[in-house]
Design a protein around this ligand. Structure first.
Ligand SMILES: Cc1ncc(COP(=O)(O)O)c(C=O)c1O
Length: 452
């Protein structure tokens, strides 16, 4: 089999999605509201969701592992989230005050209890806005002009962090001294010139680069797990914490993917390390738009309007829907569900059972797939080499993984091609067994008619 034969089957089985996409692409740029949503020959058009499942406009049902890019930690329309959002809307009588309301402080208390690195927080509407604001705080605090970020790490769709997320190999330089390569046409060159790119999990190189560039580096921003599923060595994280403190560089953990997913307290709880600032998003909104910046008082308070009458001395932060009651109510319902004894551990257990099953099937069918991840997130890699650094992912046989994705979709499993897998409280043994069945059928098909 090859990708075109798989795409042919995909298309033949989804005439309604194909026809819809044909229409959509004329009036929505590329037919999608976000470039990452596209895949060839066309993305599936969904019309309904039900707990752990998605239903497309051709009537196919899939166990959903995309979960709105990991946001839906309790699955689609969990009854407690539905009730919280409906109750809040009817009791408070609005979807947005555009002003402070009591639920904001309830959420803040929950966050401060789960994330000991937080003294204060601010709410935003997305992860993008959270990383943007965290970087602005760092720049204000240090007065320095550059940021350091890791090759392969994603922090949302703003100019300064759209550097070397997915750099073309021939422009990316040596692995121990990566170059900044813009990920978007149109991002002003200023941002490339003010970006320092670090290799994830390579301590010797990071120590050298950061020491050399300390005078200009305001912040190191990082996904504490590369792409949400590749952990760094504990010693790497410990060294980074110590060196950034020593050099006066603000350490920002972008836990938009990993918050409430690696552990309830995020990857910072897993590593036992407190960053200076943290960006959260996804799960903390319970399926509604949100972002959070939390961290140490000395940074957070720079945005306080109580600080100074002189506007130029306050870090500006605002947003029409910041802290809107529906996102906060849904997020609070999610956190309270997950804090019940055993609730989070059960999702981790189901994730581990699924991973073990996939790994065993890959062995049984003698196919080079392995799972990699922590907590409730993992990915299926088409390589048997260990993956510790971003560039190790070059050994991943993307086309083979893509072939698996097309087969899985035909067998009722969706993570979006080449995407990681996230689990939720709605993924019970029934969904796990159905997914393993889909993997078995897909692996058997790959064995019978090998991928070329
Ligand atoms: C680590 C990380 N940071 C930031 C973002 C951006 O969040 P949003 O899509 O809510 O803007 C994402 C989104 O996937 C992310 O994974």
């Amino acid at each position: 089999m090859n990708i075109s034969s798989l795409q042919h089957t995909f298309q033949a089985n989804r005439p309604n999605s194909a026809a819809f996409f044909e229409r959509a692409k004329h009036t929505i740029s590329g037919g999608v509201n976000g470039n990452l949503r596209y895949f060839a020959p066309f993305p599936i058009i969904f019309e309904k969701a039900d707990s752990a499942c998605l239903i497309d406009i051709d009537g196919h049902r899939y166990v959903d592992y995309l979960l709105s890019y990991g946001a839906l930690m309790l699955g689609h329309a969990h009854p407690e989230i539905l009730a919280a959002a409906q109750r809040t809307w009817s009791e408070q009588g609005t979807s947005s005050f555009g002003a402070t309301h009591p639920l904001e402080l309830e959420m803040t208390d929950e966050l401060l209890a789960l994330y000991p690195s937080f003294d204060q927080v601010r709410f935003t509407n997305s992860g993008l806005e959270a990383t943007l604001f965290a970087l602005r705080l760092a720049s204000a605090y240090t007065g320095k002009t550059h940021i350091a970020k890791f090759e392969g790490h994603y922090h949302g769709a703003h100019d300064h962090v759209l550097q070397s997320v997915n750099p073309v190999a021939d422009r990316a330089g040596e692995s121990s001294s990566p170059h900044a390569v813009p990920d978007s046409f149109g991002a002003p060159d200023y941002y490339r010139r003010h970006s320092i790119i670090l290799p994830f999990n390579d301590w010797e190189a990071c120590e050298r680069i950061l020491t050399e560039k300390a005078a200009v580096t305001s912040a190191v921003i990082m996904e504490p797990m590369l792409s949400g599923y590749i952990a760094a060595d504990h010693s790497f994280m410990q060294n980074l914490r110590e060196l950034t403190t020593q050099l006066g560089i603000v350490l920002i953990f972008d836990e938009v993917k990993t918050g409430f997913r690696i552990e309830l307290g995020g990857a910072q709880a897993f590593y036992g390390i407190e960053p200076d600032l943290t960006a959260l998003g996804k799960v903390v909104g319970g399926g509604f738009p949100i972002g959070v910046v939390g961290g140490k008082r000395r940074f957070m308070e720079l945005s306080s309007p109580l600080r100074s009458d002189i506007r130029s001395e306050v870090v500006f932060h605002s947003g029409t829907f910041n802290g809107n009651p529906l996102s906060i109510a849904a997020g609070l319902a999610t956190i309270r569900y997950l804090k019940q004894p055993g609730a989070f551990a059960e999702i981790v257990q189901n994730t581990n059972d699924l991973r073990k099953g996939i790994d065993a099937l890959a062995k049984q069918y003698d196919l080079p797939f392995t799972t990699c991840g922590e907590g409730t997130i993992f990915n299926v890699l088409a390589t048997e080499q260990p993956v510790r650094h971003y560039r190790d992912l070059r050994a991943n046989h993307n086309q083979l993984r893509l072939a698996l994705d097309f087969l899985l979709m035909e067998n009722g499993v969706y993570s979006k091609p080449l995407n990681r897998f996230s689990l939720s409280a709605a993924h019970t043994k029934t969904e796990i067994n159905a997914t393993l069945d889909a993997f078995e059928k897909s692996f058997a098909a790959l064995k019978q008619d090998p991928f070329v």
